[in-house]
Design a protein around this ligand. Structure first.
Ligand code: ADP
Ligand code: MG
Length: 238
């Protein structure tokens, strides 16, 4: 059984359909990457999976349970955004622990959970700092830490590295690959960076104008793109 399933999912904004009848199965532990041009619907799909946006039609299930109309907090999903949305007045420790504080966890328990996440992300030495005293890569790590402490079954990433310079992007890409290996959670990741897609994905979903154009392992899409559009994204001309 797929961990995450989208069935005939559609989305309209003010009567204009931007996602058309999307069907997708994501296996547990997969690293699925959505690629496609700006405006093709990548963020909208992620937001519907997270429950931050209602579907106009169709259904979403997690572990076989229909979550289409379920509260985002109850889906076992954590989302990491491109803009890190850290609280400037809080330390790294408080930022990472914030979701746990909201969930009513005691300060002591929080401290232990934050430590674990900080260890995974090599943030141990920075727990007392405020975001303004961190580098871009460290801030992004804090945002990922805030997702990790929630112990989600599914991580959603919306272009998490696009605000970083090229060198940091490479380092953080490796960190994210390591994170996936280490915690084994299912990851759905949006990028328009071909190298990120090819190196991180177990499965790439190519989107175009609100439709899935092709789905496959990176090597399948590279060697056997269905059309020029897919070839253009994956880099092997047909
Ligand atoms: P991507 O993330 O691939 O760049 P989006 O999912 O952000 O694409 O957008 C897909 C389409 O939906 C675009 O045409 C965009 O303008 C439209 N759209 C996204 N969010 C909204 C919204 N809240 N209201 C109206 N239109 C939206
Ligand atoms: Mg987007």
């Amino acid at each position: 059984m797929a961990e995450l399933s989208l069935r005939n999912v559609r989305k309209s904004f003010s009567g204009t359909e931007v996602i058309h009848d999307v069907n997708l199965d994501v296996e547990s532990g997969a690293f699925v990457v959505f690629v496609g041009p700006s405006g093709c619907g990548k963020s909208t799909l992620l937001r519907m999976i997270a429950g931050l946006e209602e579907v106009t039609a169709g259904s979403i299930s997690i572990d076989g349970h229909d979550v289409t109309n379920t509260d985002p907090a109850k889906r076992g999903i954590a989302m990491v955004f491109q803009s890190y949305a850290l609280y400037p007045h809080m330390t790294v420790e408080e930022n990472i622990g914030f979701p746990l504080e909201m969930a009513g966890m005691s300060k002591e328990e929080r401290r232990a959970e934050v430590r674990k996440a900080a260890d995974i992300l090599h943030l141990g030495p920075y727990l007392d700092r405020k975001p303004k005293a961190l580098s871009g890569g460290q801030r992004q790590r804090v945002a990922i830490g805030r997702a990790i402490v929630r112990n989600p079954k599914i991580f959603l990433f919306d272009e998490p590295l696009s605000n970083l310079d090229a060198e940091l992007r490479v380092r953080m890409r490796l960190e994210i690959a390591r994170l996936h290996e280490e915690i084994g959670a299912t990851m759905v990741y949006v990028t328009h960076d071909q190298v990120e897609a090819m190196t991180l994905a177990t499965k790439i979903v190519v989107l175009r104008d609100g439709n899935i154009e092709q789905v496959g392992a990176p090597i399948e899409l590279y060697n056997d793109p269905d059309n020029m559009f897919v070839a253009g994204f994956i880099g092997s001309p047909k």
